[in-house]
Design a protein around this ligand. Structure first.
Ligand SMILES: Nc1ncnc2c1ncn2[C@@H]1O[C@H](COP(=O)(O)OP(=O)(O)OP(=O)(O)O)[C@@H](O)[C@H]1O
Ligand SMILES: [Mg+2]
Length: 406
């Protein structure tokens, strides 16, 4: 799944797979999820081994797709395992943005309203023209002047309806050239350059985030096949990183990595938390707390951090915390789980704090303090967070689970 998909998306895909009859059981472990950057990294391990990358070496996977470009830096661990060592970054600057630049170029020839009309009323023809542009121009462009052959695009064949929407001076000019557009080297280069510029900036800032301690760049995704993109990335980064490598068929790297993952799930051994996790605790109101949050009993409900974003967490790693009920009359302890994109939060109703799930456990009617002391454990699994709460006095064990959005 794309890295930005949330838990809801996972639930929907699982439901679809179940309804399509691919699963006997809705919650079957035979369907597992992995994010695209994780899958890409797994696939790239094979080429890393071929390049004799040593244990501890860091490498960056740049997935250049149609819409998005995703970057992650990882480290090769003992036993062919991988860890994610920086948070992922990404932006909308994939290969389709070159197509957008091509359309802008066309707008300057036929007028932007003509292109808008075609987009609204004859989307198929527009798509066909873009597809032909990709096939004849984008995929062949190497960025080397001597290898470039001038290209003629016959608009009356590629997009016949264009003629009827092209008006005024644009029309006169187009008629003069018989609806043929000539693409020169510089025209094509200008379509690529703004997109590539954004990609190299992303790589640059990701490299800086690890103090340039990254020995390899791996390019995957369809747009990575572009010879010009490869050339520009090599030009800019070959002094900073030792190896820039494009695995064979970079467009299938993700699907292959996902299959490898299914066969050997433990490969991705650590991930970096993208949220800070916390629960709500009742504590004594203090002088610097907001007065409106003070309850009649003199307590205040605060956000208690359990795990901080940016922390490396291995699959199945445990986080422990001890909680004590506030007073002897308390019969329930609320242990709702919250996330925030910030490093910490003070209160659960703050901006950015989201509820992941509600949960509470029973406390016994007992005067013994031990019976109100809870050992709370969170286990960060592959797709779920399993939570247990053990009452230290009564030894009663409570369990629940929450979806994990890595
Ligand atoms: N040889 C090539 N040269 C240049 N661009 C190419 C080449 N082959 C494919 N592309 C471009 O790569 C893009 C598709 O890449 P890919 O299949 O990785 O994208 P995606 O995974 O569908 O998109 P996203 O990751 O954004 O969701 C398209 O823009 C396509 O035109
Ligand atoms: Mg993709």
């Amino acid at each position: 799944i794309p890295a930005e998909f949330d838990d809801n998306a996972i639930v929907i895909i699982r439901e679809c797979a179940f309804k399509a009859g691919l699963l006997n059981d809705r919650y079957s472990q035979n369907l597992r999820f992995i994010t695209e950057p994780e899958a890409a990294a797994i696939h790239c391990m094979k080429s890393l081994k071929e390049h004799n990358l040593s244990v501890g070496a860091k490498f960056m996977v740049v997935d250049c797709g149609g819409g998005t470009v995703d970057l992650t830096i990882r480290q090769l661990l003992e036993g062919e395992k991988l860890s994610e060592i920086t948070e992922r970054s990404g932006d909308y600057c994939g290969g389709s943005f070159v197509d957008q630049e091509f359309l802008k170029f066309l707008e300057r020839k036929v007028g932007s309203s003509a292109i808008s009309f075609v987009r609204e009323n004859h989307y198929c023809q527009l798509q066909y023209m873009i597809q032909e542009f990709c096939r004849k121009v984008k995929m062949k462009f190497t960025g080397v002047q001597s290898e470039f052959e001038n290209i003629e695009l016959e608009l009356d064949e590629l997009c016949p309806v264009l003629e009827q929407y092209c008006k005024g001076e644009y029309r006169d000019n187009m008629e003069e050239v018989d609806w043929t557009i000539n693409l020169k080297f510089d025209d094509v280069k200008k379509m690529f350059d703004p997109v590539i510029e954004r990609i190299t900036r992303l790589i640059d800032s990701q490299l800086r985030s690890c103090d340039n301690d990254c020995s390899t760049l791996l390019l995957v995704g369809g747009f990575s096949e572009s010879k010009y993109l490869q050339l520009k990335i090599k030009e800019k980064f070959s002094k900073k990183v030792q190896l820039i490598s494009i695995p064979p068929q970079p467009v299938t790297a993700i699907i292959k990595g996902a299959v490898q993952y299914g066969l050997r799930e433990e490969i991705v051994s650590t991930r970096v938390l993208k949220w800070t996790y916390g629960t709500d605790i009742a504590r004594k109101w203090q002088q610097n707390d907001p007065i409106d949050k003070r309850r009649d009993d003199g307590l205040i409900i605060a956000f208690e951090r359990l795990a901080k974003r940016g922390t490396q967490i291995a699959v199945d790693e445990k986080v422990h915390r001890a909680f004590l009920a506030c007073d002897k009359t308390q019969r329930k302890m609320g242990l709702d789980l919250y996330v925030t994109p910030q490093d910490d939060a003070k209160f659960c109703d703050e901006n950015g704090v989201k509820t992941i799930g509600k949960w509470s456990i029973e406390l016994p009617d007992s005067l013994n303090d031990n019976d109100r002391s809870i050992l709370y454990t969170m286990v960060f699994g592959n797709v779920e967070i399993q939570v247990t709460a053990l009452n230290s006095g009564t030894k009663e064990l409570f369990k629940t689970s929450f979806d994990l959005d890595m």
